[in-house]
Design a binder for this molecule. Structure first.
Ligand SMILES: Cc1ncc(COP(=O)(O)O)c(C=O)c1O
Length: 387
């Protein structure tokens, strides 16, 4: 018996990395000690106080029942308090929904608002979920907004044709380019969304992974944003909790309600004990300043970033020191697959920019989610490959 995939699955783009992954497997099978600078998953552990909270909350048998689909009331209170402390943004309870990681919310928000054939503005290069998991899997049509180096990897709103689009995704601090923005850009984005009647989905998953004094804003800080925007946050990167699947969306009441309505039909919210541990994590913020754990975490990441960027610059690549995220976006001055294969031969795995969209071609993404000594070894290998 054969089973035919739905048209929406057939519309998903081909998996570009199959060949590269095959090569990686072959190398590993031959005993090559590959260093992966291709994974956006922190190697550093969650803070002890969060692990302890997880253990304690999991041991409480009351925490094994279904959660409310919108999230536990005390979790939503902790989120509101965090948003107030961190961004100065006031949120009512109904403006917060708990997520099984921000990816789930990003994918499900389109289910609430996108009809077949609706257009969705998505950045390119980008985290692939906006175009695929969200738009294509809701039978929508992605309309690409190129993120070009000459525009600091921001969409040029003067040049974007909205084509009656219904929704727009933006993500800063950005994966994969590591670009950051200020409130002036966010104001432009909100005005553009309002002028064109767009739902603005703002992915702020990396708001806390910042360096050199940069503080990432929330779109909800901008005047008028609450009329059009929903913002996605995650504990994955902030507290090194990618596998715990906990995040949240905040913002416009109707947008949060729509997303919640979808979730009531699909999942019943993250596990209660995870939400309770997330409360402990969020409450480690005593003010707008990052807690001690995060300061140390970001200091470690910053040292790795410096090592990687300094090495690349030494070999003639013009690479900016990322002010946020754990990515370095390298203009590889050649076909991104060729660049990735060359580094693979040297024992270092990186992600070709093409994997993030056609405007990512000519670039490669490197992550610094490996211990310093592995990054140092990767830098030696990169140096040998470029010599
Ligand atoms: C830009 C961006 N948004 C969202 C996510 C999803 O994170 P999570 O679902 O773990 O919260 C990721 C993960 O890599 C990401 O890079």
């Amino acid at each position: 018996m054969t089973f035919e995939y739905a048209e929406r699955i057939k519309r998903l783009p081909p998996y570009l990395f199959a060949e590269l992954e095959k090569l990686m497997r072959e190398k590993r099978c031959c005993g090559v000690d590959l260093i992966s600078l291709s994974i956006g998953d922190p190697d550093l552990p969650p803070p002890d106080f969060v692990v302890e909270a997880l253990k304690e909350e999991a041991a409480n048998l009351k925490n094994h029942n279904y959660s409310f689909s919108q999230g536990e009331p005390d979790f939503r209170t902790a989120v509101s308090e965090w948003c107030k402390k961190r961004f100065g943004v006031d949120l009512a309870h109904e403006q917060v929904v708990a997520l099984l990681g921000s990816k789930e919310g990003i994918a499900n928000v389109a289910r609430a608002f996108i009809n077949p054939g609706d257009r969705v503005l998505v950045p390119d290069p980008a985290y692939p979920v906006y175009a695929n998991g969200s738009t294509l899997l809701c039978d929508g049509i992605p309309v690409l907004m190129p993120l070009l180096e000459e525009n600091d990897f921001r969409p040029d709103f003067d040049k974007i044709e909205p084509h009656d689009a219904k929704m727009m995704f933006l993500n800063y601090p950005n994966n994969p380019t590591a670009a950051t923005v200020d409130r002036a850009f966010l104001k432009e984005a909100v005005d553009f969304a309002k002028d064109n009647k767009l739902i603005l989905c703002y992915d702020n998953a990396y708001s806390e992974i910042t360096y050199d004094g940069y503080v990432a804003p929330s779109i909800l800080e901008v005047d008028g944003a609450m009329d059009v925007a929903i913002e996605f946050h995650s504990l994955s990167k902030t507290f090194n909790m990618t596998g715990d699947r906990i995040g949240f969306a905040v913002g416009n009441k109707e947008l949060v309600a729509g997303l919640t309505q979808v979730k009531t039909q699909i999942d019943s919210g993250p596990p209660v004990y995870t939400q309770k541990a997330a409360i402990t994590a969020l409450q480690s913020y005593k003010s707008s300043e990052p807690p001690e754990f995060l300061r140390q975490n970001n200091q470690i990441l910053q040292q790795r970033r410096d090592l990687l960027v300094d090495t690349l610059c030494k070999y003639g690549y013009e690479v900016e020191k990322s002010k946020a995220t754990f990515y370095v976006w390298v203009n590889c001055k050649c076909d991104s697959m060729v660049f990735a294969k060359k580094l693979l031969d040297a024992g270092v795995a990186v992600t070709p920019g093409l994997g993030f969209g056609r405007f990512g071609e000519g670039y490669a993404r490197m992550t610094f989610t490996q211990p310093q000594e592995r990054i140092a070894e990767a830098c030696d290998r990169i140096a040998r490959a470029f010599k």
